[in-house]
Structures are given as structure tokens and as C-alpha cells.
Design a binder for this molecule. Structure first.
Ligand SMILES: [Zn+2]
Length: 316
């Protein structure tokens, strides 16, 4: 009997390489995502559908898919959740790349120089890249939501388990293979740390373009408060959608300016050769059912600040 995983794994692995790391100029085989916003008409959804979500992707929906809506009153406080230790070495930063769906800042992950430990993690994880998801307006764009609240953008810092695996490509297919930190972006003051990145974006406007980008400390994009977070078991939100991710979603958002987000939106899904250019916006996946999973929190919801104060403490 041919097992499902024997079919899915090579396909997923192949797609993964195409999308996330190596095949910078290849055509994408990609699946469809609708829009989870009630404001979206079906015409709007069709017009905004990215090719990544239109192909014959055969990865079936599992029971641990991401992103999800985090329902604060249903999250379970776990006093065993430790502090996160993000120890990033800016010298491992290598390049920035428009992969046709987002832009990726990629790190040298051949050594344990930039790592994530602690929090819900038993092992040590290496930083390999970070990227963002964002909307065409400030009213939406994040993949996760908190009590249905949408943020204009969401940062994902992607790490793989270097204690258990020797390559990202191996870890991405395995349970406990990846740890992704999610950070919500909200509109406010200009973020000084982010600006170096924003300044580099015009050079990678088109799909497939890549430029050297060095000495960027990914830690500057974390909120001041990294002690308060939610964690749950989920999946990648782009193909291969493997359910290998320990998600760590920060409670506190970081503040960026409208102008900085406008530069994100000036990027293009399309390559320089394509006749019709498409703005890189709404590059998020539709929300997925929780299916009995528990979202744990590192903080007690009964001791927190009033909702209006929760995400307004951040300054950079
Ligand atoms: Zn992402």
C-alpha cells in the first residue's frame, strides 16, 4: 500500500524547497487561499488570489493547521512556560529575497550562532529566516488574530531544531522540527530597527530579486515584552503546510509607521518580465480550525492589564 505520507512528503519537500529556500526563479506550484475577512466579496477574493494558492497542491488539511484565531478566554495559563532566550548574532544575516509571496531575510544556519531556546521549547532552534505577511490596508494583514482582532501585518521568525536535525529541509517535515515566533505589527511610530530593512526593499521590488543584506539583528524586531506569549502546535502557513511548528505568538505588538508598511506594499508579486505587475499585498493564509488544540499562555489572563493597555506599551 502506498502510504499518504510517502506521497505527500516528497511533494511537500519539493514545494518547500521551491518556495522557501532554493529555487529562486522557478515557477511555483501553489495552492489557493481565500480571504477570511467578511468584508471580502468573492470577486475581490478571486482578483486577489495569489498563484501560490491556485495550483494542484495535494497537501490535505490536517488537524494542526495554522494560522488560528487566539481566543484569549480559552487560552490556558501554563506556569511551567519559561522565558524565551533569543540569542541572535547579526553577522549571520546574509541576504534579502523577494520570493514572489513575501520578502525573506535569510540567515546562515550552518552553525548555532543565532538560536532560540526556552519558552515552550525543549531543544535549541536555529534562526534561518524571517518574513512578514501584510494587507493592502491597515485594517487587516496578520495571519493570527486575537479575539478576532486583525493587525495590519505579522512578522514570522523561523527557526529549526538543530538538536534533533541537521538541516532545515529535514526539520520541516518532522514533529517538533520548527519554532516560529509571530509578532503583530500595529501602526504608530516609525520603527527605527525596521528602517534598515525598509531601505533595502526597493532593490528587491520584483519577484526573484535578491540582494546582500548583512549585520541585521533580528532581535530588534521583538517586542519589549517577550515574557507574555501564546503557544500552540500548528503548521507552516505556506506550502508545504507541514504540521511541524511550535508557534510562539507574542502578546505585545511592535509599532511601525504607515509609511514603513507602504514600502512593504510597494513590492511586487511579479517578476520584471511580466506584463501585468501585481502589488505584494494580502499575502496571508485563511484561518484554520483549532480542532481541539489547546493554546497555552505564559501569562495569566486574570492578571493582565485592561485590553486597551495590552499592546500599547511598546517603544523602540
Ligand atoms: Zn509566515
Amino acid at each position: 500500500m502506498v502510504t499518504l505520507s510517502s506521497v505527500i512528503r516528497p511533494l511537500a519537500s519539493h514545494l518547500h524547497r521551491q518556495l522557501l529556500r532554493h529555487t529562486r526563479r522557478s515557477q511555483w506550484l501553489t495552492p489557493v487561499r481565500g480571504c477570511n475577512l467578511t468584508a471580502c466579496s468573492s470577486r475581490y477574493v478571486l482578483s486577489q488570489m495569489h498563484p501560490m494558492w491556485q495550483g494542484p497542491l495535494a497537501v490535505p488539511g490536517g488537524d494542526r493547521q495554522s494560522p488560528i484565531d487566539i481566543v484569549v478566554r480559552k487560552s490556558v495559563f501554563d506556569s511551567q512556560l519559561k522565558h524565551l532566550i533569543a540569542d541572535y548574532d547579526p553577522t549571520t544575516c546574509q541576504q534579502i529575497w523577494n520570493n514572489g509571496y513575501s520578502f525573506l531575510v535569510e540567515y546562515d544556519d550552518t552553525t548555532d550562532k543565532s538560536t532560540l531556546k526556552g519558552g515552550p521549547l525543549q531543544d535549541k532552534f536555529r534562526l534561518c529566516q524571517f518574513h512578514f505577511h501584510w494587507g493592502e490596508s491597515n485594517a487587516w494583514g496578520s495571519e493570527h488574530t486575537v479575539d478576532r482582532r486583525l493587525f495590519p501585518a505579522e512578522l514570522h521568525l523561523v527557526h529549526w531544531n538543530s538538536d534533533k536535525y541537521s538541516l532545515f529541509e529535514e526539520a520541516v517535515m518532522e514533529d517538533n522540527g520548527l519554532a516560529v515566533i509571530g509578532v503583530f505589527l500595529k501602526v504608530g511610530k516609525r520603527h527605527d530597527g525596521l528602517q534598515k530593512l525598509v531601505d533595502a526593499l526597493p532593490a528587491i521590488r520584483h519577484k526573484g530579486s535578491v540582494v546582500e543584506f548583512t549585520k541585521f539583528d533580528a532581535g530588534c524586531l521583538l517586542p519589549n515584552n517577550t515574557e507574555d506569549y501564546w503557544t500552540y502546535h500548528g503548521s507552516l502557513t505556506t506550502p508545504p503546510l507541514t504540521e511541524s511548528v511550535t508557534w510562539i505568538v507574542m502578546k505585545q505588538a511592535i509599532e511601525v509607521s504607515h509609511d514603513q508598511l507602504a514600502v512593504f506594499r510597494s513590492l511586487l508579486f511579479t517578476s520584471a518580465e511580466e506584463e501585468v505587475q501585481k502589488s505584494m499585498v494580502n499575502n496571508f493564509r485563511v484561518q484554520q480550525p483549532l480542532r481541539g488544540r489547546t493554546v497555552r499562555s505564559s501569562f495569566s489572563p486574570f492578571l493582565k492589564e485592561s485590553p486597551s493597555d495590552q499592546d500599547d506599551q511598546h517603544t523602540h
